[in-house]
Design a protein. Structure first.
Length: 179
């Protein structure tokens, strides 16, 4: 790093601290020693050349990062039509592809998370395995067998959701029973 001298006249100390030269030239720097940077910062006023209305406008724009925005509802009239066409074009990529050719486990991580929730190891499960794991966990968590417990109720809700996801996948992709 080059040795710079402080920008203050008659100061021969090394200048290690930079500061913008003015609010209008924020990327043009002047250099100061520690003592003089503190003085400079105390006097610094970014808003010195602004009117009260300009300051208010700056603060208002600062909330949104000084980016242009649109009011809600100012979208083009055909926005939803365009979005629908995009959705249709993506869906058309899968037309004509048989369900069995698509690996259902790759399509959705919800399946994998549901397997973990029901404590099923591996990445596939037959309907019998799913039902067995579901019944076992429900017996462990159900309020009729272990009493009311908020944690158990939350876990039971997750188990019910996982069971529904796995059952739907099995029905949709007709996953064979694995023995």
């Amino acid at each position: 790093m080059p040795n710079r001298k402080c920008n203050i006249q008659d100061c021969n100390l090394e200048a290690d601290y930079k500061a913008p030269s003015s609010p209008n030239e924020l990327k043009k720097y002047i250099w100061f020693c520690l003592k003089h940077i503190k003085e400079y910062n105390k006097k610094w006023n970014f808003f010195s050349n602004m009117t009260a209305d300009e300051i208010e406008e700056f603060i208002k724009d600062d909330v949104i990062g000084h980016r242009k925005t649109k009011k809600i509802g100012n979208y083009q009239n055909n926005y939803f039509e365009k979005a629908s066409k995009i959705d249709e074009s993506i869906s058309s990529l899968f037309n004509g592809v048989e369900k069995l050719k698509i690996n259902p486990y790759v399509l959705n991580s919800r399946y994998s998370n549901a397997l973990v929730t029901l404590e099923i190891t591996g990445n596939k499960a037959s309907l019998e395995e799913i039902k067995g794991a579901f019944k076992r966990i429900v017996k462990e968590l159900h309020p009729d067998t272990v009493g009311k417990n908020k944690n158990n109720t939350e876990k039971l809700t997750k188990v019910l959701e996982a069971y529904k996801i796995l059952k739907d996948y099995n029905e949709q992709f007709k996953i064979p029973n694995i023995k």
